[in-house]
Ligand binder design. Structure first.
Ligand code: ZN
Length: 250
């Protein structure tokens, strides 16, 4: 197996995982190590589907099958890489109040960008689904300190399925919200940022996070170049480039 799950500390000592997945032209998938990042990016340039502009926060239980990401069909490359069999995620088990706070918090994180956050299942099939709830073990992830998982290629993965293990995070609003933000942004191609105020960081918590408009090195516990070879990433500008700015009339 050639695979890597990047992991480091986030709030509460829990770890968010970055699952590196390569989508082949055949439609099959394969986990990759970091050395393959650039090649993945090159291969994906041929994928002409744009970014999904609806982020669906799924509160209820959902079942996912292994395969190329297709949120509406409940198909997930993360599931393929982990359990490789159908998995049942239990959904949100926290309070109604905390759920509403999570939805508001995620909406605020993505407010600058032309994307909608909703907890109502979209009518169409072009959306990212976030399975909110459960634990890493529900997916066959053995590292119990993983707070979330997302497919990552360095480019946009349309209709991605990402996971935020809310039970592992004790259904705490901000850790769940910020984990969702990171995992969704991985599906839009963002790498980890070496800046503790940024959503994309693994560094020790230093208060509330956002997508920060600042050029910073990539990295988990230490600085490194970003997966596209650039010395820095600006998570705010990167999302703006992918999604565009929020339009006033929607
Ligand atoms: Zn991550």
């Amino acid at each position: 197996m050639i695979g890597a799950v990047a992991a480091a500390t986030i709030a509460g000592g829990v770890v968010a995982g970055l699952l590196v997945v390569k989508r082949l032209e055949s439609g099959t998938w394969q986990m990759l190590d970091r050395g393959d990042f650039v090649r993945v990016r090159d291969r994906l340039t041929g994928d002409n589907r744009g970014p999904s502009r609806v982020i669906y926060l799924a509160r209820g239980p959902m079942t996912f099958s292994p395969g190329t990401d297709d949120a509406a069909a409940g198909r997930s490359s993360v599931v393929a890489a982990k359990a490789n069999t159908n998995v049942a995620m239990p959904g949100w088990k926290g309070s109604d109040k905390a759920w509403k706070q999570v939805v508001t918090c995620v909406s605020n994180l993505f407010a600058p960008f032309d994307v909608e956050v909703t907890d109502t299942r979209p009518a169409g099939d072009d959306f990212i689904v976030v399975a909110v709830g459960g634990r890493p073990g529900d997916l066959g992830e053995k590292n119990k300190r993983v707070g979330g998982l997302a497919p990552f290629s360095g480019a946009v993965i349309p209709r991605a399925v990402v996971f935020a293990f809310a039970q592992q995070l004790d259904h705490q609003v901000h850790p769940v919200c910020e984990t969702i933000g990171m995992e969704v942004a991985h599906a839009y191609g963002l790498d980890h940022a070496y800046l503790c105020k940024d959503v994309m960081t693994y560094l020790k918590p230093c208060g509330r996070k956002s997508f920060v408009d600042k050029d910073v090195p990539c990295g988990e516990g230490t600085r490194r170049a970003c997966n596209d070879g650039a010395p820095t990433q600006n998570s705010y500008r990167r999302l703006l480039a992918v999604l565009g700015p929020r339009r006033q009339t929607r």
